[in-house]
Design a protein around this ligand. Structure first.
Ligand code: NI
Length: 170
């Protein structure tokens, strides 16, 4: 398997709803390792499979720069009423940052890379990154969740990415 390449905005791959993973074979394990490598290589704290071209429900994250976590077929089963605003960025949208309001805490359910059930209560940056990556699996980008003013402020940067993408994919 070759090294993974980042899929950039506005690729339609980023807008698809990803499919559940049902087979936990060696190919999947190899793909997960490549995703973890790519996350560190590109200096990300999270990376979702659609961002490397696969519309499958899987992401990796390392919000506290300690160890990589792998989530397969994740679900958010509870969200706190308390919300917090925090600046986000995305490897698929280089150079773009904006504040996004999200629930401060969540409870999640997912499968590990071995296919075992994981249940966690996430707070702070872990809750934030989980929600950002989870959105990727549903074709949602953080720029979909920002204020009208911020949308206006990043407009020219988005246009630049669109131009670049069209050049690469002509
Ligand atoms: Ni992202």
């Amino acid at each position: 398997m070759e090294d993974l390449k980042i899929v950039y905005y506005p690729s339609p791959i980023l807008r698809n709803k990803s499919k559940n993973i049902e087979t936990f074979n060696d190919k999947l394990q190899e793909f997960i390792d490549k995703m973890i490598d790519a996350m560190y290589k590109y200096d990300g704290i999270g990376l979702a499979a659609p961002q490397v071209g696969e519309n499958i429900r899987l992401f990796v994250m390392d919000p506290n720069e300690g160890e990589p976590f792998v989530y397969i077929n994740p679900e958010i089963i509870w969200m706190s009423e308390e919300k917090v605003k925090y600046e986000e960025g995305c490897l698929s949208l280089p150079g773009i940052y904006a504040k996004v309001e999200r629930p401060a805490e969540i409870k999640i359910k997912a499968l590990s890379r071995e296919g075992e059930v994981i249940e966690q209560h996430l707070k702070e940056l872990a809750a934030r990154v989980f929600q950002h990556e989870y959105d990727h699996l549903n074709g949602i980008l953080f720029i979909d969740r920002i204020s009208q003013l911020d949308k206006f402020l990043i407009k020219s940067k988005l246009k630049k990415l669109e131009k670049e993408y069209n050049k690469q994919n002509r």
